[in-house]
Design a binder for this molecule. Structure first.
Ligand SMILES: Nc1ncnc2c1ncn2[C@@H]1O[C@H](COP(=O)(O)OP(=O)(O)OP(=O)(O)O)[C@@H](O)[C@H]1O
Length: 238
């Protein structure tokens, strides 16, 4: 696929599904004053290319912890995270950084926009770093996320919802192999949340990426192909 195409041009015939993500027996505890608390107690999860999945579960059940581990932002005590067949838990720091740059895009609850860059530069930032900046695609994202009139502003000049839209644009501009999102619509009104979901699912269909999204919303979860629930440190079997 060329990255010089808009999303409609980029739609490719359905490819055979390939396993993009396999999480096996993943364990993670946190130290607390009362001793270690096991949050993930042997999580198993698979996601194929072109597949979308909602990760649900009660507050404190470990959803963000799992996403952080998959995204290479924290390390597990035991278990495997295979991304495109490579074990992310055994990569060097440099290998993990390359994986984050070239394969993954992450939308977190905290937007992590770069304060010294305008919205325009923030949206393009990760795509430029990965050598995948595509002006036509970026323009389409800017239009669909209604960022046109905010492009020259800095993050501190934006509302929470506007920052969230810019962070979503930055993640999608990369056209990642694996899109991870932790409550990405938490600061958005219902119409904008729906627009994000439609956009993310368009990206999944057009590029065959995998999409794993943490949400508390049954309504949004129902828009994704699969729904799984984290409970007592493991994924409930559907
Ligand atoms: N750095 C940390 N140190 C100690 N405990 C932590 C740390 N981070 C998370 N926890 C604990 O681990 C558990 C899981 O947290 P996590 O943020 O993964 O849950 P969550 O399912 O994403 O919750 P929510 O839906 O409220 O965002 C919680 O009990 C939390 O208090």
């Amino acid at each position: 696929m060329t990255y010089g195409a808009t999303i409609e041009d980029a739609r490719t015939p359905a490819k055979a599904k390939a396993q993009l993500l396999r999480v096996s027996r993943l364990r993670k505890s946190y130290a607390t004053p009362q001793g270690p608390v096991a949050v993930l107690r042997g999580v198993d999860l698979t996601l194929e290319s072109g597949e979308s999945m909602a990760l649900m579960g009660e507050s404190g059940s470990g959803k963000s912890t799992l996403l952080h581990l998959i995204g290479g932002l924290d390390t597990a005590e035991a278990g495997e995270i295979l991304i495109d067949g490579a074990d992310a838990t055994r990569l060097s720091d440099a290998g993990r950084a390359a994986l984050r740059r070239e394969t993954l895009a992450v939308v977190f609850q905290q937007f992590n926009l770069i304060p010294s860059l305008t919205v325009r530069a923030n949206v393009a930032f990760q795509a430029r770093l990965a050598g995948r900046f595509d002006p036509a695609w970026t323009d389409e994202l800017i239009r669909r996320l209604k960022l046109e009139n905010l492009l020259e502003r800095y993050p501190e000049q934006l509302s929470g919802g506007q920052q969230q839209r810019a962070a979503i644009g930055r993640a999608l501009a990369v056209r990642p192999r694996l899109l991870l999102a932790d409550e990405p619509t938490g600061n958005l009104d219902e119409a904008t949340a729906d627009e994000f979901m439609a956009l993310a699912l368009d990206v999944v269909a057009a590029t065959g990426c995998g999409f794993l999204m943490v949400t508390h919303s049954e309504r949004l979860a129902a828009k994704l192909q699969r729904q799984v629930r984290l409970s007592a440190g493991v994924i409930d079997r559907p």
